[in-house]
Ligand binder design. Structure first.
Ligand SMILES: Cc1cc2nc3c(=O)[nH]c(=O)nc-3n(C[C@H](O)[C@H](O)[C@H](O)COP(=O)(O)O)c2cc1C
Length: 382
């Protein structure tokens, strides 16, 4: 088990992760797009949000558990979908799905994960959500939905903020290919990271098995097939998806309040405010800047999930104070797993729960619904 004094914060895990995974993989995980402005903006905008401590509240025992989409969770925190998760650290999908189940939090498997829904569904159990990059072909879409439901995934998440891939200049500079092309430069980077290299040999070279199962026989690379399979969804597509998926449906990548306002009537069960961790539109506002207007647009009772730039329990509390019901982290879980393996994911889940509680006590907040009132209003922001 990881001693707390060695890795007291998430930045310690990120530092260790960077030393344990090859450079090109780090660039895949860490990059935004363009000049990484949106990624930086996420951080700076979160830093500007202040929460007011309150004394004389007596002994406060914060309640972290909450319900969302018909289930009760141990805390308002979950694991966002990361494509190629198993490239970042071998076995990451299994590790994170198991951790989520044990910790009572959601785990969202990506369409472009290195494991299939069938492989992960039983590991995630009631924690399993499935993220869909919308296939162009209706038969393939229906088959993926059948497979996800059959594997036990309860919640479907439609990602709408990748109508086309952004350029991801840092990935290009690092020479990233999917699956990895073993150039001398990449081989050298792998040779410097023996734990990652051995783990990858054991788990197999990461690919995109779900997409590969629909690639035309004898076709080109799976990555190219994946892009050929995906489309940019419109409202008619969303309506068809709503008819085809019986369980809760979430739309991920919502930043525009006018769009958000239409989603409850479209049969959507939750909106997920996100700028994809700053990876799609470099000029996008920070996701946390978009959150209050989206909350107003959907009204007070409608479930709002948030991600992008969250790096601590305090960031989670900031998002909850600005109107989110639930907060997801993407890169952070992968820093934890790459730094410390399976124990890293468990460690992060414990660290977040403890730190949420400690900070709620600082604010005299016994419940999550107390948090919006703890927001410091200087009069100049939002
Ligand atoms: C390496 C990487 C891969 C991602 N892959 C996906 C994906 O396959 N599907 C998806 O909906 N979002 C994907 N995202 C976006 C995340 O789900 C999430 O919105 C983002 O990581 C949140 O920001 P954070 O990493 O700062 O927590 C990816 C993000 C990263 C960093």
């Amino acid at each position: 088990m990881a001693p707390d004094y060695t890795h007291p914060g998430l930045s310690d895990l990120a530092r260790r992760a960077r030393r344990r995974i090859p450079h090109f993989v780090w660039e895949y995980l860490d990059c935004g797009t363009g000049t990484d402005d949106a990624r930086r903006r996420n951080r700076h905008a979160l830093d500007r949000i202040r929460l007011v401590p309150r004394g004389l509240a007596g002994e406060v025992a914060p309640r972290l558990s909450c319900s969302l989409l018909g289930q009760t969770w141990s805390m308002p925190v979950g694991i966002a979908p990361i494509g190629m998760s198993g490239l970042v650290w071998p076995g990451a999908e299994e590790i994170l799905a198991r951790t989520a189940r044990d910790a009572g939090i959601p785990y969202c498997l990506s369409t472009v994960a290195t494991r299939t829904p069938e492989e992960i569904g039983s590991v995630a159990g009631p924690s399993g959500w499935f993220q869909l990059y919308p296939p162009r072909d209706a038969e393939i879409r229906r088959d993926i939905l059948r497979r996800a439901a059959g594997a036990g995934f309860r919640v479907l998440v439609l990602t709408i903020d990748v109508p086309v891939m952004s350029r991801r200049e840092r990935q290009r500079r690092a020479g990233i290919r999917v699956p990895p092309r073993l150039s001398p430069r990449i081989l050298w980077q792998i040779a410097q990271r023996p734990a990652w290299a051995l783990g990858t040999l054991r788990h197999g070279i990461p690919g995109l098995p779900l997409m590969a199962s629909y690639a035309p026989a004898g076709g080109t690379s799976v990555a190219r097939a994946d892009h050929a399979l995906r489309t940019a969804p419109d409202t008619a597509y969303l309506a068809r998806l709503r008819e085809e998926w019986a369980g809760p449906l979430v739309v991920k990548g919502v930043m525009d309040p006018d769009l958000a306002a239409t989603l409850p009537d479209a049969g959507v069960d939750a909106v997920w405010v996100s700028n994809h961790g700053g990876r799609q539109l470099d000029a996008a506002p920070a996701a946390i800047e978009a959150l209050p207007a989206v909350r107003r647009a959907v009204g007070p009772g409608f479930p709002v999930i948030f991600d992008s730039g969250v790096e601590s329990a305090v960031d989670v509390l900031r998002a909850l104070a600005l109107g989110a019901d639930f907060v997801m982290l993407g890169r952070a879980w992968h820093h934890a797993v790459a730094a410390l393996g399976a124990e890293g994911a468990r460690y992060l889940a414990r660290m977040l729960a403890e730190d949420l509680a400690v900070n709620m006590v600082q604010m005299g907040a016994a419940t999550l619904s107390d948090l919006p009132a703890r927001r410091w209003r200087s009069g100049s922001d939002d």
